[in-house]
Design a protein around this ligand. Structure first.
Ligand SMILES: Cc1ncc(COP(=O)(O)O)c(C=O)c1O
Length: 467
């Protein structure tokens, strides 16, 4: 007898970031998604949900966008996959050219991988190998920001600073240097102040955080291969947002120390903060950029690492006692450059041009922000912050002292459960709620997402559950 999808799943499938005890608990029935259309996901019973986190920040133009579907179908009918080791194909070549053009990397090239973590792994290995075979083997260190998150493979975990996700694996991780995140709301300079928009404190916070990078570079800059940053918004840290001007001033310090700047734009890339790369808004041209999530418009898993030609050049020719062969980047995956992913990514970029997506984001971001002001009515609201199409509402135990909820209370998760019952799917972290609507969402859908999340929050704090 065939089991239904939920029973089969609960018996045989292990889900990411999902406690098994909850999944297997008596009476638990997971939502089984059957279809997606625009900003809406539909389960097998026909119930509709607004996709308030763009399916873990991947979806841009909506589910089943006809142009994306057509691109993948046409490519599948021709060539679904062929090895990329020593072979090329047209969609991969065209995507390389398109990414370099759209992301101001005409003086560089693209290395493909499978997702955000592998795009980061490639970036850090390229930076490491570059110095090793170009006369600076002492540059073995990486510097990251407090709270940074770059993925769950071992190298990406090592770069990150996410205690709750990665603590268990501590003994496996390579040592990296940390500088404090400049995320303003939680920074010590701002903490005691009632008004986060205090311009003097904001500037002081930025100055101090930039100085901390300078001090770290004075200390270890000569041994540093790269400084790794999630520009403007640190996603898994709680959508913490950097003071404007921070990145612009940090980048030259990294350059002066001779290290490379790796921008992890896995979340922020493809317009999420309003520009194709978040770095653009601070006039910064990173040496390496990791892209994934929105790369295929949410259609297929794929990662890409953009690399400047000056670095690529360090992988060719005979130099520093190594032959050209020995200077090869020996790294890759079976599905590197998958043609279906490339076709989806090309169609995704075409939609940005044809549908003027960045203009839409500018208008809809303002809708998201104005709707979210309603959160201030709730006494538990400690901060409401937005960048592009990212909204975070930080809930606190006490607004005056900003005493946070403990991560173990899983406030955002529990509010997310209530929101789901109201027809909104989203997933926050700790005490912070997130909304990252797909760019196709209408203003009405955006307002509805905020309203449902606010109602769910209010309901949560009214029930005994919350106490
Ligand atoms: C900034 C950032 N980098 C890297 C990753 C890892 O990407 P993936 O989950 O595709 O491996 C994530 C995932 O959330 C991310 O937010």
């Amino acid at each position: 007898m065939d089991l239904d999808a939920a029973s089969q799943d609960r018996r045989h499938v292990w889900h990411p970031f999902t406690p098994l005890d909850e999944w297997e608990a008596e009476g638990f029935h997971p939502v089984v998604i059957a279809e997606g259309r625009g900003a809406v996901l539909i389960d097998e019973a026909g119930t509709e949900y607004l996709d308030g986190n763009s399916s873990i920040w991947t979806n841009l133009h909506g589910h089943s966008h006809p142009k994306l579907v057509a691109a993948v179908q046409a490519q599948a009918a021709k060539l679904a996959h062929a090895s990329y080791l020593g072979l090329a194909h047209a969609p991969g070549a065209a995507l390389g050219a398109a990414l370099c053009r759209h992301f101001d990397f005409e003086d560089g090239r693209v290395f493909y991988s499978d997702d955000g973590s592998t795009a980061i792994e490639a970036a850090l290995k390229i930076a490491f190998q570059y110095f090793r075979q170009n006369g600076a083997p002492e540059r073995t260190r990486f510097i990251g920001l407090g709270g940074g998150y770059h993925g769950d493979t071992v190298g990406a975990m090592s770069l990150g600073q996410s205690a709750s996700f990665h603590e268990t694996f501590g003994p496996l991780l390579f040592a990296r240097e940390t500088v404090p995140s400049p995320a303003c709301y939680r920074c010590p300079f701002n903490r005691a102040e009632p008004e986060k928009q205090d311009a003097r404190l904001y500037a002081k916070c930025r100055r101090e955080c930039i100085a901390a990078v300078g001090r770290k570079l004075d200390e270890v800059g000569a041994e540093t291969a790269a400084f790794v940053i999630e520009p403007l918004v640190q996603g898994a840290a709680g959508m913490t947002m950097h003071p404007h001007g921070y990145l612009e001033q940090v980048a030259p310090l990294v350059r002066a120390a001779g290290a490379k700047l790796i921008a992890d734009e896995v979340l922020t890339g493809f317009g999420r903060t309003g520009t194709m790369l978040a770095c653009e808004s601070e006039w910064v041209r990173p040496d390496l950029v990791a892209l994934a999530k929105g790369l295929t418009g949410g259609m297929l898993p794929m990662g890409a690492t953009l690399v400047r030609e000056e670095i690529v050049d360090g992988f060719r020719g005979e130099a520093f006692g190594r032959t050209g062969f020995e200077r090869t980047f020996f790294h890759g995956h079976s599905y590197t450059g998958n043609p279906l992913g490339c076709a989806a990514a090309l169609a995704n970029l075409a939609i940005f041009d044809e549908e003027k997506t960045l203009e839409k984001i500018a208008a809809d971001g303002a809708v998201l922000e104005s709707a979210s002001a309603a959160f201030w009515d709730l006494p538990q609201t400690g901060d409401v912050r937005r960048e592009g199409m990212i909204l975070a509402v930080e809930l606190v135990r006490n607004r005056a002292t900003r005493e946070p909820f403990a991560p173990g209370e899983r406030i955002a998760h529990r509010i997310g459960e209530i929101a789901r019952r109201k027809g909104l799917l989203t997933r926050g972290l700790g005490g912070t709620l997130f909304l990252l609507p797909p760019y196709c969402s209408s203003p009405r859908e955006i307002v509805r997402m905020v309203t449902l999340l606010r109602e769910a929050t209010e309901e949560f704090f009214q029930t005994d559950d919350a106490k």
